[in-house]
Design a binder for this molecule. Structure first.
Ligand code: NAD
Ligand code: ZN
Length: 358
């Protein structure tokens, strides 16, 4: 069976495209108001984005804190607050921020129309009712959360996405100007999420011409963004934003692999942020990803990025075991990385061995 995948319904791309937001949502207004979920990094107003959010009467702006990655209870709380303050479902929901806010916006849209707790819906096609209209404006590039069919949440038991056709944004606005303010380390960690998506997508067993077409192009763009000495900041942001999008499209017909499986363990047990966790894991996966890991190290050195080594010395055996269990359970990633007989290549001990290198 070949995947019959949906996608983001509409996409605007360009420097300053954010200014079109008001016009884009105008036909969707039904008099109930829109919810704007905006990363609270913009709350101080320094970068000017706060004043550009096109609020109209009845709309509400909620500042979203993403010091920790999104959780099921955070989304459930937001849903309750919105239903309460709007006296029902709003006309739509706009997410403005990094991958965390993208996922919170997608998940909250779904939970506004589906009963119960979001932890019930962590998995594939468990959501039965379409969410409210939702639009995403990424302000950080790399995760591909703007284009993916999943809204990744950490719940009481697992870190897993709400995955279904309704999760996709109805509209995205890709405005590379918005990522200019990202601090360097964060820019790198999230950008490497894209680089690693491409490497993993291209090197596993699921990949095909479709995933290669997007993955190879995105990888080329990452190389220019992170290795070219002559690229201008604007060109760099333009490219990274599209590389993120293409990296996501590549994964549509492929999968992430060993690095992401290990990364999920680091996030679930130690609370490491996704991009950073990927970097911590990828650094030690030369045995799997060969030359790409050397290239990644060149990028780290070039940009003088902090990536602490020897962290595993501070982790207990219990933590390492828990992380290995989380990673081992991600069977689709192992199947992609090693093939149908992945269990022959992988033991919990091998996974623990990778963690102990970090
Ligand atoms: P993030 O959204 O967690 O943000 C990281 C930091 O950057 C935050 O402190 C945030 O406030 C700040 N930030 C965001 N935009 C900024 C800007 N323009 N200027 C200054 N600071 C800014 O980081 P991320 O790496 O984009 O997203 C990680 C999240 O994405 C994780 O929760 C992960 O699980 C999720 N994810 C989702 C998918 C998916 O397909 N849905 C894929 C990969 C990762
Ligand atoms: Zn990722």
């Amino acid at each position: 069976m070949f995947k019959n995948f949906k996608g983001v319904e509409r996409c605007v791309y360009g420097r300053g495209a954010f200014n079109q937001l008001s016009d884009i949502i105008a036909p969707r207004r039904r008099g109930k108001g829109f919810v704007f979920l905006v990363d609270d990094v913009f709350a101080n107003g320094k970068d000017g984005l706060k004043d550009r959010v096109p609020l109209q009467q009845g709309d509400k702006l909620y500042w979203i804190n993403v010091d920790e990655e999104p959780t099921t209870w955070q989304v459930d709380g937001l849903r309750d607050r919105i239903l309460n303050e709007f006296g029902g479902t709003p006309d739509g929901l706009i997410g403005i921020g990094g991958g965390s806010v993208m996922d919170i916006a997608k998940a909250t849209s779904l939970m506004l129309t589906n009963p119960g707790k979001s932890e019930q819906y962590q998995g594939l096609n468990l959501i039965k009712i379409p969410g409210v209209y939702h639009l995403g404006v990424p302000t950080l590039a790399g995760t591909a959360a703007e284009v993916s069919m999943t809204a990744v949440l950490t719940g009481p038991v697992k870190k897993l996405g709400l995955k279904c056709d309704y999760t996709f944004f109805d509209q995205i606005i890709l405005d590379p100007e918005l990522i200019a303010t990202v601090p360097k380390n964060q820019w790198f960690y999230t950008g490497m999420d894209c680089y690693i998506h491409c490497v993993e997508s291209l090197t596993g067993t699921f990949n095909n011409e479709f995933s290669r077409a997007y993955g190879e192009k995105a990888l080329d763009m990452c190389r220019i963004v992170f290795l070219d000495d002559n690229i201008s900041p604007a060109d760099r942001d333009d490219k990274l934003m599209i590389a993120s999008y293409f990296g996501g499209l590549s994964l549509t017909y492929s999968e992430v692999g060993v690095c992401h499986a290990l990364s999920y363990g680091l996030s679930k047990v130690l609370g490491f942020r996704h991009g950073y966790a990927n970097c911590v894991a990828f650094y030690h996966l030369e045995e799997i990803y060969g030359e790409a890991v050397n290239e990644f190290k060149t990028m780290i050195n070039k940009h003088k990025i902090d990536l602490p080594q020897g962290q595993a010395a501070g982790w207990s055996e219990e933590q390492i075991s828990k992380m290995a269990d989380v990673a081992y359970a991600l069977t689709h990633m192992w199947r992609h990385a090693f093939g149908e007989d992945w269990e022959k290549h992988l033991t919990l001990e091998r996974i623990k061995g990778w963690y102990r290198l970090m």
